[in-house]
Design a protein around this ligand. Structure first.
Ligand code: ZN
Length: 295
């Protein structure tokens, strides 16, 4: 029992606690000995956006740099380097350069004109798109990317082997804003409830020291989409929500709640990659259920 019960309700709370382990919405037992505090590793998929004016990627970059919670947050951008409405444009490439110059980390998402599913591209096309994307990102950052995230979270053992053959490690996510734009719906009325639910589901793993600590903190990977204008407008609120729900769930957050150093961020991300296709981790939103229909 971890939350406060007034004396008037002590007896009632005790009964409730004994019956269910909860009192006034308490969440879970305290972890002893406590695992390393968490730090949120923010990642953004599908960008950059080439929309002008009111570019959502630019807005995301501004908020990461300047917000009430931590100045100069560094994030991981899974880029679409050849997207017709983004990374494949001059403006898009300039934004990718800006991300690198601002200290963020770039990684591979697609190098096709659209958001192609890697599993359905076929071996030859996927291999050549990986090579293309690696070349695109290397020309911007000066080093080949080390991380990949599959579009639609969809992969299999074969996809993973191809990634590994190109020196790419696959990172999925712990929390997701579920803000990929689906059929024109890009807003969320359940931002707080969704993040709380996902962090609550993750808490037992953190509590049991089942998540790696890197540089003294437990990285918690969070996924957004920087091409989503709603996300871009509400990113500051999302940062607050993450801090609030961690507090509510009694999960201590590191002194720096978010990453502010590209090398540390990369080390953390590499500690969380999926090594093989057996025992696949839970996917966000509906994707576990959806892809199970195709196996
Ligand atoms: Zn995507």
């Amino acid at each position: 029992m971890s939350t406060y019960c007034s004396w008037r309700h002590t007896f009632f709370c005790l009964l409730v606690f004994l019956a269910s382990g909860f009192c006034n919405g308490a969440t879970a037992d305290t972890c002893t000995p406590g695992p390393a505090p968490i730090r949120f590793l923010l990642s953004f998929d599908d960008g950059p956006s080439a929309v002008d004016p009111n570019n959502p990627t630019e807005k995301v970059l501004q908020t990461l740099q300047s917000n009430p919670y931590q100045t100069g947050i560094k994030a991981l951008f899974f880029a679409q380097t050849r997207a017709v409405n983004g990374g494949g444009t001059e403006f898009g490439r300039a934004l990718l350069k800006r991300e690198v110059e601002a200290g963020h980390l770039l990684a591979f998402h697609t190098a096709t004109p659209r958001h192609s599913n890697h599993r359905y591209l076929g071996e030859e096309k996927l291999a050549s798109s990986l090579d293309l994307g690696i070349a695109d990102l290397s020309s911007i950052t000066g080093v080949p990317p080390k991380l990949v995230r599959p579009p639609f979270w969809n992969y299999d053992a074969h996809t993973l082997d191809l990634y590994h053959s190109r020196g790419l490690q696959m990172l999925l996510t712990d929390l997701s804003a579920n803000d990929g734009i689906i059929y024109g719906i890009n807003f969320s009325l359940t931002k707080r409830r969704n993040m709380r639910k996902l962090l609550l589901a993750l808490r037992p793993r953190w509590c049991q020291n089942d998540m790696p600590a890197v540089d003294g903190v437990t990285p918690i990977v969070v996924t957004f989409h920087d091409i989503n204008p709603y996300t871009a407008r509400h990113l500051e609120e999302y940062l607050e929500i993450l801090l609030d729900v961690a507090r509510e769930l009694e999960i201590p957050v590191a002194e720096k709640p978010f990453y502010d150093n590209r090398d540390e961020l990369e080390r953390a991300a590499l500690a969380r990659v999926v090594k093989d296709a057996s025992n696949p981790p839970e996917l966000p939103g509906i994707w576990n259920w959806f892809w199970s229909l195709f196996h």
